[in-house]
Write a new protein. Structure first.
Length: 259
């Protein structure tokens, strides 16, 4: 599997220069280049207080998410988002075709992360065999879940209480040759990756809605603690389409922190 040149996705000069950085970055580290894609409301919420699946973005944004997914070797999702949104993490036929022409598998590898491992094998993702599924979890996963999942996915279960994110990324890079990883959230997972300086790029859509609510999560979830260090971003691309704004931020790594 090779990294895809996202200039095929968005041919602006700024995103082209980002690509070469991406390729260099992925090659020079022992982990994939990690790109997170989120949509937020104008007041910074990613969902409502009940964490219900809410559809607050345009068709253009959905296409944007698909394109980001299509440009990656693997797509990563946190257990809660998988459960709540019940997504397959597939691609429309035309994007599968594009991947095929680029010499890639038709769909990216699908990666699920859960500490507890109580993952329901009846979720839609396990009913579709468009690409391999890899689950990173712990030996806390109950036997019945292990039994049900092991025919549908490859399980990486650690003895530790929590999945080590850096180790997970190294495994994806070394064992599965993942050069670019599309992280589709949710906010708890995004924050955990951010805390360990493991995010390289953030694609952020700002949608023309406001939800309010102190208990509706923002991009970094509901954790009211400050991040260990403030994260600096540089804006590398911005597009507005009708009432939505599509931003691409490069995350600035603190010297020596990048793994
Ligand atoms: N607007 C957007 O762009 C967007 C994008 C994605 C999601 N969302 C929304 O976000 C909501 C869910 O967000 P969330 O923050 O509650 O959940 P999440 O980040 O999707 O998932 C959290 C769960 O994932 C597992 N997990 C997360 N970080 C982990 C780590 N470091 N190590 C091991 N496991 C880890 C744990 O699973 P276990 O509990 O099984 O241990 C954890 O409880 C949903 O409503 C979804 O619709 C919105």
């Amino acid at each position: 599997m090779s990294s895809v040149n996202p200039s095929k996705v968005d041919a602006t000069p700024s995103s082209r220069s980002a690509v070469s950085e991406r390729d260099v970055g992925a090659a020079s580290t022992n982990r994939p280049f990690v790109v997170a894609t989120f949509a937020i409301t104008a007041d910074g919420k990613v969902t409502t207080k009940n964490f219900e699946p809410v559809d607050f973005t345009s068709c253009e944004d959905k296409l944007h998410l698909f394109r980001q997914r299509a440009s990656a070797d693997a797509v990563l999702i946190g257990h809660t988002s998988l459960e709540r949104d019940n997504v397959r993490l597939g691609l429309p036929a035309d994007l599968q075709e594009l991947r095929s022409k680029r010499g890639q598998s038709r769909s990216p590898i699908r990666v699920i992360i859960s500490n507890k491992g109580r993952i329901d094998e009846r979720l839609k993702i396990f009913q579709s065999d468009i690409s391999p599924i890899i689950v990173f979890s712990t030996k806390r996963m109950p036997q019945e879940n292990r039994k049900a999942l092991q025919t549908k996915a490859t399980l990486h279960l650690t003895d530790a209480k929590h999945v080590d994110l850096a180790v997970m990324l190294k495994t994806l890079r070394n064992q599965y040759k993942v050069g670019t990883l599309a992280c589709e959230g949710g906010p708890t997972l995004f924050r955990a990756l951010l805390e360990e300086d493991l995010i390289d790029q953030l694609n952020l859509t700002i949608a023309p809605h406001m939800f309010g609510g102190a208990t509706a999560p923002t991009l970094t979830g509901l954790n009211n603690k400050f991040l260990p260090a403030s994260v600096q971003c540089s804006l590398i691309n911005m597009r507005t389409i009708e009432n939505e704004c599509f931003l691409i931020y490069r995350i600035k790594h603190q010297r020596g922190r990048r793994k």
